[in-house]
Design a binder for this molecule. Structure first.
Ligand code: ADP
Length: 481
């Protein structure tokens, strides 16, 4: 079953294609370093061909009724659901996350397709009362055109559907560049889109390791009217600058530095469960992962002990060998970053309550870790760790917690635990971020607007707000009435 879903060529204009120079790159299983596939390594020329395919497919696709596009998306959704298990296996194989998480991601990813299949039908215009006599004002919404999407490796399925589903529902066509670490889930999605009958050129996948060349082709092209990017803040800024020359619309979902605040009135056991979900999901490799745990002085010791006990119980191992809760990190650089954050914290006085070292399984496996006596000036409190390390910072007052939480250029997610309704409103409103989990550690779903403020980006994914990001409002002025 799984082998059926391993596609090793790029997908352009409904055809599986090699790189012009026939080169390939290896995709490996992070759990053991074994090569899973050799995928076509495309560059600038092939990217231009994909853009051209999307341009040619656009007129017919945008002319369809929203209901017709919805029917294609529904079929695509059903095919994904039908093949949930092999798609999840493939995802774990190339990305490393536990099977339970991969199964969840396939459902989560598919949920965007189902949601936007419906939402595409509701992209209403308006009738606006005219300030002048003899005129009528209406608005219509139209697709922006050809969309480029660049996605990361941490959610190889859902990061794609979250962009492609609203784009296609709105009537746009897409050129996708998935992360070179995890192109297989993207290609499997393309194969199912084709089975669903989505016409040639509507959804194209450009695989390759030369992100700079592919990125330049996508951003410099005047045909591409929008870029939707999820990835690091550094690359996001670069792409924003590159898009300036052609004034593209942009959606940017960049890095976070999410605070997870535990107040003295919190249900501590619920907070521990929430912290495990928010911090250790995908081994800490999500942009909404809690990056800093801020805990009020009077509950600091108790919460830290409870969390350390729960973290020490997390089972670590490869998805292919059992139901583990923690997989490997994505690559050696990720392990190095985690180590450097822990070393820096220890150097400045942090204590290791549990973990702190490479896991005995070796390779890219790291022990789930809890650090206490962490302070706000340590590296770990200021950079996104993207690994299984929970650093706990102590605070005294609500004001101090808010100030610490906001002491970052990022503004993606924040979480806090409290049972006091007054405090809940005060803190939720004061946090500088796009999303707040209140007594909840997992907040993403297809119906809610996911996105950040400050240097965490712009635009929203999921919800009715997201489809707007793939449409332009056109104002029609009727005169001489
Ligand atoms: P991460 O550190 O999580 O890998 P990146 O921002 O480097 O985050 O990568 C996210 C996506 O952006 C990947 O698909 C990657 O290949 C792509 N990417 C990286 N650098 C560039 C670039 N200069 N231009 C276009 N895409 C890029």
């Amino acid at each position: 079953m799984l082998a059926e879903f391993i596609y090793q060529q790029a997908f352009i204009n409904g055809h599986w294609c090699d790189a012009d120079d026939k080169t390939t790159f290896a995709v490996t299983n992070p759990a053991n370093g074994e090569v899973i596939a050799e995928v076509s390594n495309l560059g600038e020329q092939e990217t231009l061909a994909a853009i051209d395919a999307a341009r040619k497919a656009l007129p017919e696709w945008r002319q369809l009724t929203a209901k017709q596009r919805s029917q294609y998306l529904q079929l695509w959704y059903q095919l994904i659901i039908r093949h949930q298990e092999p798609l999840a296996e493939l995802l774990s194989l190339e990305q490393g996350k536990p099977m339970a998480e991969s199964r969840g991601e396939i459902l989560y990813g598919a949920s965007f397709i189902e949601w936007f299949a419906e939402e595409g039908k509701r992209t209403y215009g308006e009738t606006i009362p005219s300030p002048l006599p003899g005129r009528r004002i209406t608005t219509i919404k139209q697709p922006v055109g050809v969309v480029a999407a660049i996605t990361p490796w941490n959610f190889p399925n859902a990061m794609i559907t979250r962009k492609v589903a609203p784009a296609l529902a709105a009537g746009c066509t897409v050129v996708l560049k998935p992360a070179p670490d995890t192109p297989l889930s993207a290609l499997a999605l393309a194969a199912l889109a084709q089975q669903a009958g989505i016409p040639d050129g509507v959804f194209n996948v450009v695989t390759g390791t030369d992100a700079v060349a592919i990125g330049k082709a996508l951003t410099q092209s005047p045909v591409v009217r929008k870029l939707s990017f999820t990835g690091s803040t550094h690359v996001g800024k670069l792409l924003m600058a590159q898009c300036a020359a052609t004034v593209k619309k942009m959606s940017l979902e960049l890095g976070g530095n999410a605070p997870f605040i535990v107040f003295d009135d919190a249900d501590l056991d619920a907070a521990v469960t929430g912290a495990i979900a928010a911090k250790f999901r995908n081994s800490g490799q999500t942009c909404v992962c809690a990056n800093r745990l801020l805990v009020q002085d009077s509950v600091y010791e108790l919460f830290s002990q409870k969390l350390a006990t729960a973290v020490a119980a997390l089972q670590v191992g490869p998805a292919q060998e059992g139901d583990f809760q923690q997989g490997p990190l994505i690559n050696a650089a990720a392990v190095t970053k985690v180590r450097s954050h822990i070393d820096n914290a220890k150097l400045h006085g942090a204590k290791v309550l549990t973990g702190g070292e490479l896991h005995h399984r070796g390779g890219l496996f790291f022990q789930p870790t809890v650090l206490t006596e962490v302070t706000e000036n340590m590296l770990i409190a200021n950079e996104e760790t993207f690994g299984p390390v929970a650093p706990i910072i102590r605070f005294q007052t609500e004001e101090q917690a808010i100030s610490l939480a906001n002491q970052t250029e990022s503004g993606l997610a924040a979480y806090f635990y409290s049972r006091d309704i007054g405090r809940i409103y005060r803190v939720a409103e004061a946090l500088e971020c796009g999303m707040v989990g209140i007594n909840e550690g997992i907040i993403s779903n297809e119906s809610a607007p996911f996105g950040g403020i400050k240097q965490s980006g712009m635009g929203r994914e999921g919800s009715r707000y997201s489809i707007e990001d793939y449409m332009e409002v056109k104002y029609l002025c009727f005169g001489g009435l």
